[in-house]
Ligand binder design. Structure first.
Ligand SMILES: [Zn+2]
Length: 330
């Protein structure tokens, strides 16, 4: 990524579906901000998820692109939940340089009950379980996985916990999702999904300042401020705390203008944005290699009306195979 030293106002806004890195060096803070628009509609429309599930998955996608675009080498960032709530699995992954895909698994009955009972917040939809964040940078780099316990926990809180426990970096995360009226290319008004995400981290050059009381090996209590004596980080937290949920995803505000509102007194540098694209890495060859590992019985069980149909869980693309391709060696 080319670093530029443009000041706000000197260049155009990145617009939707671009992750914009920024730095506030006077506060030793760095981060990324994103507003997702069309990409959400494209991905969510394929699955026709009920609204609360779509909202939760949109939040997971915003978090995934904020975290995934930090990869410094080619690789993949995977966010996955496994939990006992109405939405028992969420998967969102980001592959460098820009590919995003995601899907959710949910129980229709449990979901209807949760909505009926007014218990359908994102945290409640997940319930109790785990969030796993995995960085996979290929065969030559060690795969890294951080696990966070979920207990009706929002993805925002889970992400903060992840950074405190696994990375030991004081981090603020804000996520916001809404269904809004947006103007289509022909000028007509359409209802569309929007998400906004902001990640800010305290990354001072001096390791002394990064060594904060609760880290490492601290008790990791929820809500502990990293260090009440560090005014710079306290200022970042206070400013990020002023961001309104609708401001975070408002296209008329935009990512850069929001950064300007928050940090202009401290001097904020904004770098070139990274576009994110709806792009699934599934292929006929990958699915064939899975089927190659099936036993003759499993192939028979998978065959309906003389063919094997496989639908990609991420992008819903259908693949059809002739079972005779997979006759096991007897
Ligand atoms: Zn696919």
């Amino acid at each position: 990524m080319a670093e530029t030293e443009k000041q706000l106002g000197e260049f155009g806004f990145a617009g939707d579906d671009h992750v914009v890195p920024f730095e506030v060096s006077t506060l030793d803070a760095r981060g990324r901000i994103v507003q997702l628009g069309p990409i959400l509609d494209t991905i969510l429309a394929r699955h026709d998820y009920p609204e609360p599930v779509a909202r939760l998955l949109a939040e997971a996608m915003a978090l995934t692109v904020l975290l995934g675009t930090s990869l410094k080498f080619d690789g993949k960032f995977i966010l996955q939940t496994r939990s006992d709530g109405p939405v028992d699995m969420l998967v969102a992954d980001f592959a460098t340089p820009q590919s995003l895909r995601a899907y959710a698994r949910f129980d229709e009955e449990k979901l209807a009950e949760a909505v009926e009972a007014g218990k359908a917040s994102p945290g409640e939809l997940l319930g109790t379980g785990v969030l796993a964040l995995t960085i996979d940078q290929g065969a030559w780099m060690q795969r890294y996985q951080g696990i966070v316990q979920l207990d009706s926990t929002s993805l925002e809180d889970a992400a903060r916990t992840y950074f405190r426990q696994s990375e030991q970096i004081p981090t603020e995360v804000r996520l916001s999702v809404a269904r809004q009226m947006v103007r289509g290319e022909d000028g007509s008004l359409l209802e569309g999904w929007r998400a906004g995400g902001l990640l800010a981290q305290f990354l001072p050059d001096s390791s002394e300042r990064l060594r904060l009381p609760d880290l490492p090996g601290g008790d990791g209590d929820e809500g502990d401020a990293p260090d009440p004596t560090d005014d710079a980080w306290a200022e970042v937290q206070a400013l990020v705390g002023t961001v309104e949920a609708d401001e975070l995803l408002d296209p008329t505000v935009g990512a850069e203008r929001l950064l300007y509102r928050l940090f202009h007194e401290h001097g904020v540098r904004v770098f070139d944005g990274t576009p994110v694209a709806d792009d699934c890495s599934c292929s006929r060859e990958k699915i064939r290699s899975i089927l190659d590992g099936f036993s003759a019985d499993e192939i028979e069980e998978s065959t309906q009306d003389g063919v094997i149909h496989v639908s990609c869980e991420f992008c819903s693309k259908d693949y059809t195979f002739d079972p005779s391709e997979f006759v096991a060696d007897e």
